[in-house]
Each structure stands twice: as C-alpha cells, then as structure tokens.
Design a protein around this ligand. Sequence first.
Ligand SMILES: NC(=O)c1ccc[n+]([C@@H]2O[C@H](COP(=O)([O-])OP(=O)(O)OC[C@H]3O[C@@H](n4cnc5c(N)ncnc54)[C@H](O)[C@@H]3O)[C@@H](O)[C@H]2O)c1
Length: 448
Amino acid sequence: MNQPNQSQPDSQLNRRGFLKTTSTALVGTSLLGGLTIERSAFAAGDDTIKIALIGCGGRGSGAADQALSTAGNVKLVAMADVFPGHLKGSLANLKNAHGDRVDVPEERQFVGFDAYKKAIALADLVILATPPGFRPIHIEEAVNAGKNIFAEKPIAVDGPGIRKVMAAAQLAKQKGLRVGIGFQRHHQVGYLESMKRIHDGAIGDIVSMRCYWNGDRPWKHPRKPNVSEMEYQLDNWYYFTWLCGDHIVEQHIHNLDVVNWLKQGHPVKAYGMGGAAKPRTSDDGEIFDHHAVEFEYADGSRMYSQCRHISNCWDSVAEHAQGTKGTIDLQDGGSFTIKGANPWSIRDRDFKPKSPYQVEHDDLFAAIRKNEPYFELDYGITSTMTAIMGRMATYSGKIITWDEAVNSPVSLAPETYAWDAKPKSLPDSNGMYGLPIPGDPKWVKKVV
Ligand SMILES: NC(=O)c1ccc[n+]([C@@H]2O[C@H](COP(=O)([O-])OP(=O)(O)OC[C@H]3O[C@@H](n4cnc5c(N)ncnc54)[C@H](O)[C@@H]3O)[C@@H](O)[C@H]2O)c1
C-alpha cells in the first residue's frame, strides 16, 4: 500500500494541539451576486450534512471539531491523510468529543496521496487542511465532484496552483457550491466592526498601510532514521516552499489579506528583500527567515509588510493604516482603534466574542442549510496571490507585477506524489538545502 515506511505516533494530534472553541456569533458572509444555487447540499429527505476531513493534523482536526459543533445534523463520515497515525489520533479525539456524530469505520479511513479522492466522494462538504501545496488538486477534485468546501488558507503556493484554483472557482460558481476559506478574521467582531467604519470613510482615503507577522519560528521534527526524503519533507512541511509557500505565504497571508480587505482590492506590484539572517542548520529547510516587501496598489498607495521568524527580536502580528482623516490599528494587543476625526476603539476582551474559528463554520453551515450563496474563494485567491507575489519579489530581488506572478510558469511541485518520489529541492552532502539568491539569473528563473 502507498504508505510511509514509518508510522506516526497516535499522540500526534495532542502534540499539534486540538483547537478548542468558545461561545456567541456574528456573520461575515461573502455573497455570490445573482447566482443560481443548482445543488442541494445534502440528499433529499435527510438534513444530515456529511463531512470528509482531508488532512487530519492540528487545524484539520480543529476545523472538523468546529464543523461538528454547528447547529443541526452533521456527521463526519470519511477521513484521509498520508500518515495513518495522524488519522487515527484525530479520529480518537473527535470521537471522544462528538460521539455518534463521528462515524468513520475502517473502510472510510483512507491513507496515501490519493486518499483525498476516496474521502471527497463520500461527503456533502469537505474540509481541506493539508499543507497548502496540495490544496489546488484537492479543491479541483472537490469542485469537480460537486462538493461544498471549507479550505484552509493558503489555497496554493505557486502560479500554476493559483491558476488551477481560479479555474475551479469559476466552475464552483457555476455549480452554486459554497466555499469557506480559513481567514477567520473575516468572522471576528473587531475586524468586522473596524472594516465597516473604514469602508464608511472613518479615516478618509487610505494612503498607506503596514502589516506584520514577526515572531518565533514554529515546530520542527527531527529527521527519523530510514525515512525517504519525501517523508522527511512532509513531516517538516513548513520548511519547504513547495509545501508551505514560505512563511510569507503560510502565515503572513493573514495580515496581507486584512490589508486587501481594507483596501477592497489587491496590489499590482511588489518589491522587497529577504533572506536567512540567522546561521542556518540542516533542519532549516529551504525557506527564508525574514521578508520585507513593499506592495503597490493600483491607486499608488503602498502596503509595507514584514514577516520574520527569529526569536528575541521585536514581535508584532497586526495591521495599521493611515488615511486622510485618521489612522486605524487592527488587533494591536487585542484592540482595534481609530484615531483622528472619528475616534473609536474596542477590545476583544470587553465582549467575550465566540471564537471566529467556530463562527466561520456556523456561517458556512447555516448558508448550506438555508440554501444561500456563500463564496469566500475569490479573496482566498487574491490574498494567496498577493503573498506569492511578495515571495517572488524577495526570492528574485526584482519588481514583480501581479500579471507576472499569476502567469508564472514555475511549478514548485515534484513530478509525482509518492513516498519514493524526489522533491525538487534536495539536501547537499552536509544536509543543507539551497536558498534562493536574489538577482542571480539562475535562481530568478526558478522562482518567478
Ligand atoms: N486559519 C488559521 O489560523 C490556521 C491555523 C493553523 C493552520 N492553518 C492551515 O491549515 C493547514 C494545515 O496546518 P496544520 O497546522 O493543521 O498542519 P499539520 O501538519 O498539523 O496537519 C497537516 C496534515 O495533513 C496531512 N497531509 C499532508 N499531506 C497530505 C496529503 N497529500 N493528503 C492528505 N493528508 C496530508 C499531514 O499528515 C497532517 O496530518 C495549513 O494550510 C495551515 O496554513 C490555518
């Protein structure tokens, strides 16, 4: 069978953290203007929404927990992962939390690189939560099969992947499918209230924006003996661009997405710099540890963006904007503040809102039950593309335009997905992976 030669511990899920949720609701639905809903979400005569989980790690298990916590009849009927231990650990935790709502016998537990196809076929709604390098083929499969989708961000890592998702998005609209994307800030009260005010003109015309995801680097798993390179890279997917997109795509995307939301558009070009400032070791993979990018919007305004994974430095995860009538600081220390002509402020802790991770599922499932349109994939695409364009700029050292980035022919994916397949980036004799060299024509061709 198509399986790794080393099974993963069943405690995997606990290690990665099972996302727990809290209380109350708000709505942040993106509407599909004038679309005919052709397809009922669930079989006639049965109001149970059947779910399949693809990618049973920390976030996928959290998303399944949230989907199973929505109102009405919901059942988890199939699960898929490349590592059997991840699937088993997730299943045990979900069963423990949700009892009969979890109905995944052995014959609906699928393992391997094509496991997703078998699980998707059995569901009304699929949760796609693998590393993002696989997201385009999973979205494509789900849309072709006519399934509603909750897909974690990012939804691609390169130009060919984005184009695949763009084509799937068109088809999903024609089919009237509902698609939620894991940008939970769109379901968080502080952001929703702030955006309402910004879009009503509270700070006037927006002239410049700043955003940051500066913090520590995330988990790393030591190389186990006798595992293939493919298995090592999958186990450490965060450190490989073909799987995670680099951290500007994987994490900083949240902040870039907020600024696009604020601007109600996307940048048209990007230029910047990045690299690895800390001495590297063989477990650092092939990603930079910092990126600083200036993004230019069509109206000439700029977004100044930074992301860094180095400890003991200045940390911030927040967004800020300067307008002609004032400024706004978003999620700065848990508060949202407008200064200037129309001062205003709220803090998350003042009203104990329900977790936006739960609300995004409540909203998606409610739309399915009411047969209402719900489509977050358009901004899933533009925000992912913004982040990819930023990475292309830091890796190449060039000015990268939106069109260049969208039409980039560079596919980061390996030729095939199999445990003995070779990823494009391999370690040298010291176990070190190559890093893009900005300005080097050989590298520029490989990254844009
Ligand atoms: N919205 C958020 O705040 C948020 C938070 C965390 C993670 N995420 C996103 O969720 C996704 C997963 O992150 P995570 O933290 O859960 O990672 P994880 O490593 O905990 O889980 C990923 C799972 O996918 C499995 N997998 C890998 N390749 C697969 C394939 N081809 N087919 C089936 N399964 C496969 C892995 O074995 C693992 O179990 C990422 O895109 C990440 O950006 C979003």
